[in-house]
Design a protein around this ligand. Structure first.
Ligand code: HEM
Length: 450
């Protein structure tokens, strides 16, 4: 096989002077990303001054993801994310990763899921019960609030005061929105004291303080220990490390907590918001989901024990993760000179992958823009063509957490309400760390009595 240089990688057309493809990516990310595979298995794009090699072939994407020593976290997305959450599990470089992953993994042990899922269901039911027949809801706001509250409950295994709870949700929203804006903004400008930058810095500082206080309270008051993710992190030990490195320090615990919030709340909210949008467009599907869920629940609340039976909600969530993978644009840096497919890449090359781009390829998914949960009837997603949670050692640690939350929240919400769109307009994605359906509002209606 001949080996080609980076200059042989076909460029995507339409680069603007100075800005490159940043405008196309920010203005219409779905169309831009779907257009790229037509140019090659690897395609060159430009974000401002930076050249990025986009992997468009599922096999090459997987090859990059599983070789995390060579293709390390870095590039515009991770450089900005690191500024926000430090060297936590999502952003840390390869050399710090194994220890952190071993220390965090126990928090996602199946034994903790009954407690986590209880937090998810309680939160979803309490939100659904607060709605009234005919009420119009701001879907994004409702889903972000719900997933963040569930995360707060699962993390701290206790209630924060109503005021702190609201503050944490608001601050997390500002922080997640800020990371992506910063990715597309020259670093110099992020230091200018604009109202937006000041709001971002304040939210970041307050979040860190709240989390640090919770960590030190929990360390000093073991009696208050009621389980939960935070407690597991505080007691985790890594047998392969020595001395101080055997456990996470308080600062590291706080950093991981912030990381989980940033990585886990808006991503799951994004998934739920698009799912409600698709269900609103397909009343037949929504009715089937309601009927199937009702037949499983038989008047009971959704629960960990009933998860395996909620198969239709599972297919709906799996399909939503295919069409609207929340982590839609992620970057890597080549740690040393290497090769990907037929192309040799010098150390420092920036690469990116997008589950969205792969999972909308018509050669992998017939009629890829159709929301069709029945695709998943009788078979599980493949490892190469289905990558909403990434792959390899850096694969999402919260995949099961997120999937369970999606299924249980959908079951809780749709067993009480029908979600009805207000218009036929397709919402544009709001370009953030995730792509929430911009301005999506829906009416909640009680199910007709049979
Ligand atoms: C629908 C929801 C979610 C989606 C789509 C998602 C997606 C992803 C993806 C694609 C990655 C890999 C990133 C890369 O390859 O660069 C990742 C990593 C990660 N996610 Fe998630 N995630 C979700 C929910 C969660 C939740 C609920 C948590 C925590 C409770 C979480 C915590 C993490 C962490 C800590 C990592 C880094 C893992 C490592 O590098 O070892 N995520 N996620």
């Amino acid at each position: 096989m001949s080996v080609l240089g980076v200059e042989a990688v076909p460029p995507a057309p339409g680069a603007l002077p100075f800005l490159g493809h940043a405008v196309a990516l920010a203005r219409d990310p779905f169309t831009f990303l779907s257009s790229l595979p037509a140019y090659g298995d690897l395609v060159r794009i430009r974000l401002g001054p930076q050249t990025v090699i986009m992997t468009c072939d599922p096999g090459l994407t997987r090859a990059m993801l599983v070789d995390d020593r060579t293709f390390d976290k870095g590039g515009p997305f991770y450089d900005r994310a690191r500024e926000a959450s430090g060297d936590g599990l999502v952003t840390c470089p390869h050399q710090l990763h194994r220890r952190q992953r071993r220390l965090c993994q126990p928090a996602f042990h199946p034994a903790h899921f009954p407690a986590y899922t209880t937090a998810m269901v309680t939160t979803a039911l309490s939100m659904a019960r607060s709605w009234r027949h005919g009420q119009v809801i701001d879907v994004n706001h409702a889903m972000v609030t719900m997933t963040m509250r569930a995360m707060v409950k699962a993390m701290f295994a206790t209630r924060l005061s109503a005021a702190t709870d609201r503050q944490v949700v608001d601050d997390l929203t500002v922080a997640t929105a800020g990371i992506f804006r910063r990715m597309l903004t020259p670093p110099r400008l992020t230091r200018v004291p604009t109202p937006g930058n000041l709001r971002y810095n304040r939210a970041q500082a307050r979040l860190r303080r709240t989390i640090a206080d919770a960590v030190s309270d929990r360390r000093t008051d073991r009696a208050a220990d009621q389980g939960g993710l935070l407690s597991v992190l505080l007691s985790a030990e890594d047998p392969d490390s020595t001395g101080d490195l055997r456990a996470l320090s308080d600062t590291e615990v706080a950093e991981q907590v912030l990381t989980f919030f940033l990585a886990g709340a808006e991503t799951t909210a994004n998934l739920l918001a698009w799912t409600l949008y698709e269900l609103g467009r397909a009343p037949g599907l929504q009715e089937r989901l309601h009927a199937h869920t009702a037949s499983v629940l038989r008047g009971r609340s959704p629960s960990f024990e009933l998860l395996p039976e909620l198969t239709f909600a599972d297919h709906v969530a799996t399909e939503a993760l295919r069409m609207y993978p929340s982590a839609w644009f992620l970057t890597r840096t080549a740690a040393h000179d290497t090769r990907l497919g037929e192309v040799s890449l010098p150390a420092g090359t920036t690469l990116a992958y997008s589950a969205y781009l792969i999972q909308r390829r018509p050669d992998l998914y017939p009629d890829p823009d159709r929301f069709d949960p029945d695709r998943w009837e009788g078979h599980k997603p493949g490892r190469t063509a289905y990558i909403p949670f990434g792959a390899g050692a850096r694969k999402c640690i919260g995949d099961r957490f997120a999937h369970s939350q999606a299924i249980l929240s959908l079951a809780a919400m749709t067993s009480m309400w029908r979600f009805v769109p207000l218009t036929d307009r397709v919402p544009r994605p709001a370009v953030h760390a995730t792509l929430m359906p911009r301005g999506l509002r829906m009416r909640v209606m009680a199910h007709p009595r049979l």
